[in-house]
Design a protein around this ligand. Structure first.
Ligand code: GAR
Length: 209
């Protein structure tokens, strides 16, 4: 069984999707052993507690910079003996001390079709605001490995939704979450835990059964 540690910052609907997937047996070969939050009071913590998953809060605001914060996160991941780290709405970019220690072992969900609308400053609702501002007709979400560059690691899975004429950032976000994020994140986690994701020339592929 692989030890899955989930990092969160907010509402935690993606964490909930992972908890539900675990309860219904969709996640094979792994178990969520701990949830780490960058914010005190994040609703994601309530979701974890309800599912009897241990929680740790490492508040971003208590650390001077990203490096100091990342070192604290790394120490906790090591303490938890994480096999897989999942960033599920985690709103802090991790320094390379973490990404180097866990190569191809950190998975992120990004609410756009990478390489569009991604990188520093693109997170949460802002991503959808930018997509609507541009006028794209299709958007979606990307599940990818995390490396030292923001949203630039190998893509594991992507899924799309249509953009409607009267969409707001909120309606588009919700459609992408429901149709893509909440399905593909648990799927990618399960594939990882079954050793079904392989890397060739820096790109990720899913092995057929
Ligand atoms: C999700 O849409 C996730 O893709 C996005 O924030 C939301 C968090 O929701 N993540 C990012 O923008 C990371 N760059 P949740 O807390 O309900 O899972």
């Amino acid at each position: 069984m692989k030890n899955i540690v989930v990092l969160v910052s907010g509402g935690g609907t993606n964490l909930q999707a992972l908890i539900d997937a675990q309860a219904s047996g969709i996640i094979k070969g792994g178990k969520i052993s701990c949830v780490i939050s960058s914010k005190e009071g994040a609703f994601a913590l309530e979701r974890a507690k309800k599912a009897d998953i241990p929680t740790v809060v490492i508040p971003r605001k208590e650390y001077a910079d990203s490096k100091a914060y990342s070192e604290a996160i790394l120490a906790e991941l090591n303490r938890q003996q994480a096999d897989l780290v999942v960033l599920a709405g985690f709103m802090t970019i991790l320094d390379e001390c973490v990404t180097r220690a866990y190569p191809y072992r950190i998975i992120n969900v990004h609410p756009a079709l990478i390489p569009s609308f991604c990188g520093e400053g693109f997170y949460g609702l802002k991503v959808h605001e930018k997509a609507l501002e541009y006028g794209v007709k299709v958007s979606g979400a990307t599940i990818h490995f995390v490396n030292e560059k923001a949203d630039a690691g190998a893509i594991i899975l992507q899924g799309t939704v249509n953009v409607e004429n009267d969409d707001t950032a909120e309606t588009l976000q919700r459609r992408i979450m429901e149709n893509v994020e909440w399905k593909l994140l648990p799927k990618a986690v399960s594939l990882f835990c079954q050793d079904r994701i392989f890397i060739r020339d820096g790109k990720a592929y899913v092995a057929e059964k």
